[in-house]
Design a protein around this ligand. Structure first.
Ligand SMILES: NC(=O)c1ccc[n+]([C@@H]2O[C@H](COP(=O)([O-])OP(=O)(O)OC[C@H]3O[C@@H](n4cnc5c(N)ncnc54)[C@H](OP(=O)(O)O)[C@@H]3O)[C@@H](O)[C@H]2O)c1
Length: 264
C-alpha cells in the first residue's frame, strides 16, 4: 500500500509516524503547503512531495488531514483527479456527502481519530460510503490499527456524536490535568512534583478504569469516597450532579458544532 497524506500538521504527523512505525515497509508520501512542515517531515522516514498533482499517481490511498475550513480549497484542487484512490478523511465535521460530491468519488471513508494516535493508543471511529469495497475496508482497518483501536459506525450522525466524546475527549482530560496541577501548586507543591502527582494519578486511574471496565465509574469513585472523608469533601464542593450536567452541555455544544460543520 502506498499512502499519501495531505496536510502534515499535528494529526498528519501522528498518522505518518504511526504508519511508518507499524507498517515500516509501506511508502508514506506527504504534502503540506507550509514549507516548515515539509522540512519537519523530511527529518522523518517519509517521502515529501512538492504538490498534490505529483502525489496522486504515486499512491493508492489518500489521507486528508487538513483543517475542515481548508477542505473546500483542497477539494477544488483535487476534483477530477481522483482516479484509482481510496480517500480517507480525518477532518472533523466534513460529511461523506461533502467528500463524495466535492472530490467526485464514492470511495471515501470518514474517520474521527484522537490525539493519543500519536503514541498508538488512539481510538478512531469511521464510516464508509457506498462505493467502498470490502478490500478497501480491510485496508482502512489496517491503517487505523496503526493509531490504536477503531470502531466502524453505520449511522453518520454518530460520527458527530463520537467527535464530541472521543475526538475532543483528550482535551477534556488535559483540562482536568491542568486543574489538578494548578490545585497541587496552590497546595504548596512545585510544578515538577505537581506534574508527577497528576500524571501518575491519571495514568494509574485510567489503567484501573480500563482493567475494571465492567465496573461503572460511579462505583470506582465510590470506592475512593468514604462518608465524611476527604474525597467526599471534594465531591461536595464540586457538586457531582452539576458537574455531570456541565459536561453534558459541553459535549452537546461540541456535537452541535460537528453537525453544523457537516451541513455546510
Ligand atoms: N487535533 C486533533 O485533536 C484532531 C482530532 C481528530 C481529528 N482532527 C482533524 O485532523 C485535521 C487536522 O488537524 P491538525 O490539528 O493536524 O491541523 P493542523 O496542525 O493545522 O495541520 C493541517 C496542515 O495542513 C496544511 N494545509 C492546509 N491546506 C493544505 C492544502 N491544500 N494542501 C496541503 N496542506 C495543507 C496546513 O498548513 P497551514 O497551517 O499553512 O494552513 C497545516 O500544516 C482536522 O481536520 C481536524 O478536524 C484533529
Amino acid at each position: 500500500m502506498n499512502i499519501g497524506i495531505i496536510g502534515y500538521g499535528v494529526m498528519g504527523e501522528a498518522i505518518a509516524s504511526a504508519l511508518v512505525r507499524q507498517h515500516g515497509c509501506e511508502v508514506v508520501v506527504v504534502f503540506d503547503v507550509d514549507p516548515t512542515r515539509c522540512a519537519c517531515a523530511q527529518e522523518s522516514s517519509v517521502t515529501v512531495i512538492g504538490s498534490i498533482a505529483a502525489m496522486l499517481p504515486k499512491v493508492e490511498i489518500l489521507v486528508l488531514a487538513v483543517k475542515p475550513q481548508q477542505y473546500h480549497v483542497l477539494a477544488s484542487e483535487m476534483n477530477g483527479h481522483i482516479g484509482h484512490h481510496l480517500v480517507i478523511s480525518i477532518m472533523a465535521g466534513i460529511s461523506l456527502d461533502q467528500l463524495e460530491e466535492q472530490l467526485d468519488t464514492s470511495r471515501v471513508v470518514r474517520t474521527m481519530p484522537n490525539t493519543p494516535a500519536q503514541i498508538g493508543q488512539g481510538l478512531t471511529v469511521w464510516i464508509a460510503s457506498g462505493g467502498v469495497t470490502p478490500q478497501d475496508k480491510l485496508e482502512t482497518e489496517q491503517i487505523l490499527s496503526a493509531f490504536g483501536k477503531h470502531l466502524e459506525l453505520k449511522n453518520e450522525d454518530m460520527v458527530n456524536a463520537a467527535t464530541a466524546i472521543s475526538g475532543s475527549g483528550p482535551a477534556y482530560v488535559f483540562l482536568l490535568a491542568q486543574a489538578l496541577e494548578e490545585s497541587a501548586i496552590a497546595l504548596g507543591f512545585d510544578r515538577e512534583t505537581a506534574r508527577l502527582l497528576v500524571t501518575e494519578t491519571l495514568r494509574g486511574s485510567s489503567a484501573l478504569y480500563y482493567d475494571q471496565r465492567q465496573v461503572a465509574p460511579q462505583e470506582l469513585r465510590r470506592r475512593v469516597t468514604s462518608p465524611g472523608g476527604t474525597t467526599n469533601a471534594a465531591m461536595e464542593s464540586l457538586g457531582v450532579e452539576k458537574f455531570v450536567e456541565l459536561w453534558k452541555a459541553a459535549t452537546q455544544a461540541a456535537y452541535k458544532r460537528a453537525q453544523e460543520l457537516s451541513q455546510r
